[in-house]
Ligand binder design. Structure first.
Ligand code: CP3
Length: 343
């Protein structure tokens, strides 16, 4: 594979880079005062669906920091919306659907509307044309299992029992639901690629709610269909498998080019297990960003050292940045990664 002018893309493709590239999950979020200012005047949906606003918000962290990739400002819950389920963002609760799925008919009645995404696609084109060409643009979607958790519960939950019981009691209805989400996601990803994203990350943030056996039977086949599709488009795929990282052999069956590692595991151990089969992304504990610069430097060094001199690593947190982080600590983190990883 030939080198590109994007260090992030080269790292995704396993090519050598002069230092470790860095971006941060949820980098365009509430820890930024400029995000909060825009958010005080606009709804979350306006920020996702007005191409100008989507562009502005996506580029906020790129203006402030020397990050190697931007992630389009959106949410994994646009997929249920494209299938006819609307949500509102309720303060202190999170996304709440007007109607949750409560019976088989609700699943049968889900109807994909590709038009739903038209402003998001315009936003992606506008971001790509505003972004420096040495920076990558990350598109994303949720893993079907993770998205379905919200569709059944109707809001964030501690245990997602509704989807787990549907899966066990009514496997046919569960299958229909997962197929509808998977097909919609594949269409959506194609639209993102056509509009200009360079990489796609699949967020499987609710992976811990499922047993290993159930994961293999009820979640993995849909994720791997999506990832195989991304791979067939010659775009790097990143699979962020929160809570599943100890079972590397299992999650690698999805065949992602890059594995996103959460902060609960030792990235050096994972590196030994994968034997250079995939690139790793991660995995600083997000709470480290609430600590002193001295601690931040020490924890970044541990990660860079455990990867060693080998290529095949993208620096990130092990989950999203939290709203209480000081942007000055983010600046320090990015500079430290660059300094310590210079080859
Ligand atoms: O990373 C980025 O900067 C891009 C934007 C992005 C958002 N959501 C914006 C957002 C991405 C990649 C997501 C993914 C997402 N959304 C996930 C998977 C990643 C993860 O963190 O586990 C999940 C589970 C969701 C669903 C969701 N959206 C929840 C549970 C919430 C409320 C909880 C929270 O973190 O506030 C949202 C709202 C949301 N999505 C916000 C942002 C910036 C907060 C919006 C606001 O109040 O202004």
């Amino acid at each position: 594979m030939k080198k590109s002018n994007q260090i992030f893309l080269d790292a995704c493709n396993g090519l050598p880079t002069k230092r470790t590239p860095v971006w941060i999950m949820r980098q365009a979020g509430r820890y930024l005062p400029e995000y909060r200012k825009i958010r005080s005047k606009a709804t979350f949906h306006q920020m996702m669906h007005k191409p100008d606003l989507m562009t502005e918000v996506t580029l906020l962290p790129m203006k402030r920091f020397e990050l190697d990739a931007a992630i389009m400002f959106s949410d994994i819950l646009v997929i249920p919306e494209s299938l006819g389920m609307k949500f509102d963002l309720v303060p202190k609760v999170g996304p709440v659907f007007n109607n949750r799925i409560s019976n088989d008919n609700d699943i049968k009645n889900l109807n994909y509307n590709n038009d739903y995404f038209k402003n998001i696609y315009k936003g992606i084109s506008s971001i790509r044309s505003d972004l420096n060409n040495d920076k990558s643009l990350i598109g994303f979607a949720g893993a079907p299992w993770t998205v379905a958790c919200y569709m059944l519960e109707g809001k964030p939950s501690k245990d997602y029992m509704s989807l787990r019981s549907l899966m066990i009691e009514k496997p046919d209805s569960f299958k229909l639901l997962m197929e509808k989400i998977t097909d919609a996601t594949i269409n959506y990803i194609d639209g993102q690629i056509k509009s200009g994203v360079n990489v796609i990350q699949i967020f499987d943030s609710n992976g811990t709610y499922i047993s290993k056996d159930h994961y293999e039977k009820y979640s993995l086949p849909y994720i791997s269909k999506i990832i195989r599709h991304i791979n067939s488009r010659n775009i790097p795929s990143i699979y962020f498998a929160k809570g599943l990282c100890n079972d590397v052999d299992l999650i690698l069956k999805n065949e992602p080019k890059v594995l996103g590692i959460d902060w609960t595991v030792n990235i050096g151990d994972i590196k030994n297990k994968i034997k250079n089969k995939v690139v790793l992304q991660g995995n600083l504990d997000p709470s480290v960003l609430l600590c002193s610069n001295q601690i931040i430097k020490q924890e970044v060094a541990k990660i860079i050292d455990s990867i060693g001199n080998n290529q095949g690593h993208i620096f990130n947190l092990g989950h999203g940045i939290t709203p209480n982080v000081n942007p000055i600590s983010v600046e320090f983190l990015i500079q430290t990664v660059k300094q310590l990883s210079k080859k």
